[in-house]
Design a protein. Structure first.
Length: 461
């Protein structure tokens, strides 16, 4: 009798579950489910905000949306547009969202909640970030006039005079204090215990990266007579000219635009010899030196030689945007060859990147020379050099996957949806970068540019 009762009870439970399942399935009528592009796995939703997911399906279709143990049914409109909102919540771990139709389901996994920050504007690293700690309501005035805070799909703060609107799609990164301890110290208490990533396109406190030929092709070939650095400076200085400076390849910029931005205030005059020990401000920095060299057409009969003489340290040499030599060590008679194909009639730009290490690093020759094969052209290039220094903190030792971007200091000509972006910072929860995208992290991605272009890491404007 007892066994029969248990069997009857189990039968009733099975029947009820079957009925509930059939009822649940009858409610779902959606087909061809699509999410808005801003949503994907590994996202960070803003902590404390209503969690919203939206997309398309067939007209008037009904979807089932599962968030952890919660379930909502949502109906699409006549155009197939649907949106679901969950109440504000804070989730301390990793969670997932499942969107179900009749015969398909989309799962957004590895999701977290956290703080999302996007900062755009000149010199934001030094000026704007340090003011955030004491600010709970950013008004967009005074020190915070260039600070904007966004979460996916919604504008949190919109100061007057915005030139660019941002939406954060994918957030991930390494600890800010791990990579900028000397610049920021303990001044980011507001972002304490957050996993923070930076791409600094304004190159405040960072060094310009050396582009190889392939990267130059992707970023846009240097315009005749200008190296990568001068192009970057033109790009960065053109804050009022976003659309004009952000075409797909930088081709189409007229020479006047570049000339007006060539001699900006951050470059200064210098002279040879240039030795680290005699210039305290150079130590532990990256130095960029540049000089215009004028060569008439009649002298372009062969390759040219630049005689640098005595030097010590690590150097990269560029001529009209192309790297022509690299040297690490010490030499008393260093020379480099400039192929005739790189030499332009009249204006040429010679650029040197120097790593200022110990006190003996430097360029010792007081009279560097440039000449052609038959010496019909021979000229000292001693005067009218210009210099700029960059602080380049030591990178953290990469021992585990939690450091997602060990090369975070590298700058690129980045454009999103055809617009230029000069600076951004973003943050998520501490859970995110410990368990997300192990394949990407361990695959040895060599550049932020590749990471940005991958499916999971990009921005929408």
């Amino acid at each position: 009798m007892k066994i029969k009762s248990i069997f009857s009870a189990l039968t009733i439970v099975i029947v009820l579950l079957t009925v509930a399942s059939c009822s649940y399935r009858r409610k779902v009528t959606a087909e061809n489910i699509q999410l808005d592009p801003i949503y994907s796995s590994n996202m960070v939703f803003k902590e404390g905000d209503s969690l919203r997911v939206s997309g398309y399906c067939n007209a008037n279709g009904t979807l089932a949306i599962k968030l952890q143990d919660g379930l909502q049914f949502v109906d699409a409109d006549n155009a197939g547009r649907w949106t679901v909102k969950f109440p504000p919540f804070k989730y301390d771990g990793i969670f997932s969202i499942t969107i179900e139709g009749i015969n398909e389901q989309i799962i957004l996994d590895n999701l977290v909640t956290g703080e999302l920050w996007v900062v755009a504007g000149d010199l934001w690293l030094e000026n704007s970030l340090k003011t955030l700690e004491s600010k709970t309501n950013l008004t967009g005035r005074g020190d915070n006039q260039d600070v904007r805070i966004y979460s996916p799909g919604s504008l949190i703060n919109n100061p007057a005079g915005n030139r660019v609107s941002w939406q954060v799609h994918q957030i991930s990164g390494i600890s800010l204090k791990e990579i900028y301890p000397s610049l920021l110290g303990d001044e980011l208490a507001l972002l304490k215990n957050k996993a923070i990533g930076i791409i600094n396109l304004a190159h405040v406190g960072t060094a310009i990266r050396d582009f190889d030929a392939g990267e130059r092709e992707q970023a846009g070939e240097a315009i005749d007579g200008y190296d990568i650095d001068s192009l970057w400076r033109a790009y960065y200085a053109g804050q009022q000219s976003y659309k004009r400076l952000a075409d797909s390849s930088f081709r189409g910029l007229d020479r006047d635009v570049l000339d007006r931005r060539y001699d900006d205030w951050e470059w200064s005059e210098t002279e040879f010899p240039l030795i680290t020990g005699k210039r305290w401000y150079m130590k532990n920095r990256i130095l960029w030196l540049r000089k215009k060299i004028y060569i008439a057409e009649k002298y372009k009969t062969s390759d040219f030689t630049i005689e640098m003489g005595t030097l010590r340290g690590q150097f990269n040499f560029y001529f009209n945007g192309a790297q022509v030599a690299a040297f690490k060590g010490e030499s008393s008679d260093y020379k480099l060859t400039i192929p005739d194909s790189l030499v332009k009639t009249w204006t040429n730009l010679f650029t040197i990147r120097m790593v200022a290490g110990d006190s003996l690093s430097g360029l010792y020759n007081e009279t560097p020379m440039v000449y052609n094969a038959d010496s019909s052209y021979r000229m000292q290039i001693t005067e009218n050099w210009r210099i700029r220094t960059y602080y380049e903190p030591a990178l953290p030792t990469v021992q585990k996957n939690s450091y997602l971007w060990p090369r975070v200091f590298e700058n690129y000509f980045l454009k999103f949806k055809g617009f230029a972006a000069n600076g951004l910072i973003f943050a998520g929860s501490v859970h995110q970068y410990a368990q997300t995208n192990e394949e990407l992290i361990t695959s040895g991605i060599a550049s932020i540019q590749e990471l940005i272009k991958s499916d999971n890491y990009y921005l929408y404007l």
